[in-house]
Design a protein around this ligand. Structure first.
Ligand SMILES: *[C@@H]1O[C@H](CO)[C@@H](O)[C@H](O)[C@H]1NC(C)=O
Ligand SMILES: *[C@@H]1O[C@H](CO)[C@@H](O)[C@H](O)[C@H]1NC(C)=O
Ligand SMILES: *[C@@H]1O[C@H](CO)[C@@H](O)[C@H](O)[C@H]1NC(C)=O
Ligand SMILES: *[C@@H]1O[C@H](CO)[C@@H](O)[C@H](O)[C@H]1NC(C)=O
Ligand SMILES: *[C@@H]1O[C@H](CO)[C@@H](O)[C@H](O)[C@H]1NC(C)=O
Ligand SMILES: *[C@@H]1O[C@H](CO)[C@@H](O)[C@H](O)[C@H]1NC(C)=O
Length: 484
């Protein structure tokens, strides 16, 4: 997380960080501690960017965790009520064990949503419970259909200091309803996500499981200082567009520690707007850190950049990535008409098993928002660094296709050992319209990426300076709540 230097309080927080982050901490959630007037008292602990002064349970607002009663109003009332504590130390909403059916609801600032380990938020299948929002300005249209989009299950806009966490409780999108309607072409609007923040900052999303999202899972957009840690995302590998995390525009430093994602689309998809809409909105996605990600996604990538990258993508750092079965390790997708750039990408220490292409870059990913894109808007792909990678059971080492007259440049690949599958393609590398160097890479790379010899094995950059995310202090919050 990058804490802005403008606010002295935040700087102080950042300085104290290093020590505390190292203290191993076990999340404890004790069971019922005693009953008083029919209420159960529970205490819970978690680590967070801020602790809260006031606590309430969803049951205080009429919530019923029977899996059948709609709790949309209970969540809205709870957030309304708790928003009054924003200037008084903030508030947290506790969701006890149970199945809490709900439609879309919004969060507020200085607020924590905490899910008990056996709490499941079940997404409603009643479309009336999903208000429709305008398309994202940088997309110009919905991804599934021209026009609006259903609001995400949990939504926040223009917020600061918000935490969604728990003892690995579950947010279940009950997606099959939406996937079927999508496949039948029955949706008037774009499917909702499970969690979206727009125009927000200082957000923590941690220790929860996202299950069967209707579409993308976690979508921070036009936001900064986002910490995503310890989350599990699971969706069938054939479900449509169930991208794990889609950091949108100006999203800084999601630090994905121990995230485990099984999905039907890219595990992490970094984006920044689509064609002329993304170009004119002009907000790049920068300073993103992806660490300790485990990914399974047989038809997509562990990390994808694009294809909607028209606002630009820059300074993306990924390290310690494990992919168990994906189509590619890292893929960069763009096309004529996108404009924008993908620059300064640094990837190191990937361990990859079973994939079609370890590296895939394409300048020919044709989906357009509409026919008004400018074919002369050429994307700049430059400064792509991959190193210290081991892969096995691979069909093709790399398929790298730039754009004719607009080559992808400054590609650097070093210390990469790729074990080819028994049924591998005869030619392990295909390269067109790319420029760069390699060192210590096997099998032997294509001629457009000449080998610089073993002494250049550390040639590919990875920025040495630590990011401010490493200095963020997570506080230990202990709370007690009584609920029905
Ligand atoms: C997540 O839970 C683990 C224990 O399971 C704990 O060590 C960690 O601090 C928690 N992280 C956050 C950010 O809540
Ligand atoms: C909402 O907040 C007020 C304090 O402003 C409190 O008195 C009231 O009991 C709360 N309502 C519920 C249902 O908890
Ligand atoms: C949220 O912030 C954006 C960008 O500053 C602004 O355009 C928009 O009107 C704000 N929305 C609300 C609901 O305040
Ligand atoms: C969280 O729950 C998911 C789904 O039940 C499980 O796969 C995952 O291992 C759990 N994570 C932790 C840290 O307990
Ligand atoms: C090459 O990468 C491996 C990990 O894949 C690492 O253990 C080793 O130290 C790297 N070698 C150099 C010279 O950096
Ligand atoms: C290698 O990949 C193929 C699919 O390409 C898969 O069927 C096979 O099980 C994999 N082998 C191992 C040892 O993982």
């Amino acid at each position: 997380m990058v804490w802005s230097g403008k606010n002295p309080m935040r700087i102080k927080v950042a300085r104290m960080a290093r020590v505390v982050v190292l203290v191993a901490f076990i999340l404890v959630l004790r069971g019922a501690e005693g009953r008083k007037k029919g209420k159960v008292a529970e205490s819970f602990e978690y680590t967070a960017i801020s602790c809260r002064g006031h606590s309430a349970s969803i049951t205080d607002f009429g919530g019923v965790g029977d899996g059948k009663t709609s709790n949309t109003k209970a969540f809205k009332d709870a957030v309304d009520n708790l928003s009054k504590y924003a200037s008084k130390g903030g508030a947290q909403l506790y969701v006890p064990a149970g199945k809490w059916l709900t439609g879309s609801f919004s969060l507020t600032s200085h607020f924590t949503l905490f899910l008990h380990k056996d709490a499941v938020l079940l997404a409603s299948q009643d479309m009336k419970e999903w208000p429709v929002l305008k398309p994202l300005p940088s997309y110009g249209r919905g991804r599934d259909a021209a026009g609006g989009r259903f609001t995400s299950l949990i939504y926040g806009t223009n917020l600061t200091d918000v935490i969604v966490t728990g003892a690995n409780g579950t947010i279940d999108g009950q997606g099959s309803f939406w996937w079927q309607n999508f496949h039948k072409g029955k949706l008037k609007y774009t499917r909702p996500y499970l969690l979206e923040f727009m125009y927000s900052d200082n957000i923590q999303i941690s220790n929860v499981t996202f299950l069967n999202s209707p579409s993308w899972n976690v979508h921070p957009v036009y936001s900064s200082n986002i910490l995503i840690q310890g989350i599990t995302i699971i969706a069938p590998v054939k479900s449509p567009n169930t991208d794990g995390i889609n950091p949108g525009m100006n999203t800084r430093d999601p630090n994905n520690v121990f995230n485990y994602i099984v999905s039907g689309d890219d595990c992490i998809a970094v984006k920044s707007g689509w064609d002329e809409y993304g170009i004119s909105f002009g907000m790049p996605t920068k300073h993103l850190v992806i660490r300790r990600l485990t990914c399974i996604s047989p038809y997509s990538a562990a990390i994808a950049l694009g294809s909607e990258m028209s606002g630009g993508i820059q300074d993306i750092r990924a390290e310690d990535i494990t992919a168990i079965h994906t189509e590619s390790g890292v893929r960069i997708k763009t096309t004529r008409g996108r404009g924008g750039f993908v620059k300064d990408v640094y990837v190191k220490r990937m361990s990859l098993h079973t994939m079609k292409w370890v590296f895939w870059m394409t300048g020919n990913y044709k989906q357009h928002a509409d026919n008004h894109y400018d074919p002369n808007a050429l994307p700049v792909i430059q400064g792509i660094n991959y190193r210290d990678i081991v892969a096995d059971n691979v069909s093709m080492a790399a398929r790298l296709e730039g754009i004719e007259g607009d080559p992808f440049t400054q590609i650097c690949i070093s210390n990469v050992t790729i074990g080819m599958a028994a049924k591998a393609k005869k030619v392990p590398w295909t390269c067109t319209d790319v420029e760069g160097i390699t060192s210590g890479v096997s099998p032997r790379p294509c001629d457009l990426l000449p080998d610089q010899g073993p002494e250049k094995i550390k040639a590919c950059d990875f920025p040495a300076e630590p990011l401010s995310i490493d200095r963020v202090m997570l506080k230990r919050c202990t709370s007690r709540v009584k609920h029905m």
